[in-house]
Design a protein around this ligand. Structure first.
Ligand SMILES: Cc1ncc(C[n+]2csc(CCOP(=O)(O)OP(=O)(O)O)c2C)c(N)n1
Length: 337
């Protein structure tokens, strides 16, 4: 079977975008923060300091950053099981994220949620979701509430292509289109649903699905942060104006396994495919090359930034390792089943 490496695009936008220096450096910093955070999460797993598993976002950083940089603080996001990048891009603190992953009281959910349940209402982050596609209803509901309150807030619903198999998505897209809700359905197509290529689970052209509900749809290169940012800005603007929902497909790739324990991937994807993405399509390398080419930064500046963020990550993980666990008396508090 011949596998497409990229889904068919409705509108592939290839324009090279001009970059404002300050913004471009901020994008780089945010993407690097996610990359180094995730590398540290992997280390915590390998050294058996983190309970459970985590799904690394490495390779997809340009999507979370490009999208969240185009949002206001009070705009909502909903996330997925692969959600650390979304949280950090929306402004979450590295300290509290690590504390949550290690089950500590200082974590975003007092250590009771872990990797797949981080939420922060102060940042309008309505939370990660371990149920594939589960956040589609939450994001659409948040958009409905924003519309009813006239708050001009927008909701962004992040999900992977595996969620295209969930019926809920189609129910809410229908409502969002009819009621012109300010929601952006943000599909990160990283090609694999766990260990299966999406072409084996998803029939037809993905874009045709939202378009069947008359939802404005675009498909872009998710490795180019500037492209993701400008596309999101456009969609946010139309949502705030009352023009209703949109569907943005960001074509991307996860560089690691489905979760930290997924080490041998050769039975479901070729090593060469991974190497090609890592060497030619790494969003951080692409942005660094663009910054130096446009003389917006040099290697010295980028390496200093790297050192600074590495320190922040090291301090964050030390903070979490030294933090205390919640008291056993609250074991049945804040937990819903
Ligand atoms: C409703 C539901 N079915 C199955 C699972 C098990 N599961 C966890 S992640 C995953 C694949 C998700 O793929 P995708 O949505 O493309 O996201 P990605 O992992 O690629 O980021 C599956 C099937 C689940 N968590 N929820």
């Amino acid at each position: 079977m011949v596998r497409p490496t990229k889904p068919k695009a409705t509108r592939e936008k290839k324009k090279i975008l001009p970059l404002d220096r300050e913004k471009a450096l901020r994008f780089y910093r945010q993407m690097l923060r996610i990359r180094l955070f995730e590398e540290q999460v992997n280390q915590l797993y390998l050294s058996a300091k983190m309970p459970g598993l985590a799904h690394l976002y490495i390779g997809q950083e340009a999507v979370a950053v490009g999208v969240c940089e185009a949002l206001r603080r009070d705009d909502y996001i909903t996330s997925t099981h692969r959600g650390h990048g979304h949280c950090l891009a929306k402004g979450a603190s590295v300290d509290r994220m690590f504390a949550e992953l290690l089950g500590k009281e200082a974590g975003y959910c007092r250590g009771k949620g872990g990797s797949m349940h981080i939420a922060d209402q102060e940042l309008s982050n309505l939370g990660a979701n371990a149920i594939v596609g589960g956040s589609a209803g939450i994001a659409t509901g948040a958009a409905m509430s924003a519309k009813m309150r006239g708050s001009s807030q927008v909701a962004v619903c992040f999900f992977g292509e595996g969620a295209l198999g969930q019926g809920l998505l189609y129910e809410v897209m229908n409502m969002a289109s009819l009621w012109k809700l300010p929601v952006i359905y943000l599909l990160e197509n990283n090609l694999y649903n766990e260990y299966t290529h999406y072409s084996e689970t998803t029939s037809g052209d993905i874009s045709a699905r939202p378009q069947a509900f008359s939802i404005h749809t675009e498909s872009i290169d998710g490795q180019d942060v500037a492209l993701v940012y400008t596309a999101t800005l456009r969609l946010v603007e139309r949502a705030r104006k009352g023009d209703g929902p949109s569907f943005l497909i960001c074509n991307t790739y996860r560089f690691h396994g489905h979760h930290v324990g997924d080490i041998d991937r050769s039975y479901y994807r070729a090593k060469k495919e991974e190497e090609d993405w890592k060497s030619g399509r790494d969003p951080l390398k692409l942005l660094a090359a663009k910054l130096t080419r446009l003389k917006l930064a040099d290697e010295k500046l980028l390496s200093e930034m790297g050192k600074e963020i590495r320190r922040e990550i090291e301090d964050g993980v030390q903070f979490a390792l030294n933090a205390s666990y919640p008291d056993t008396s609250e074991v049945d508090q804040h937990v819903y089943a």
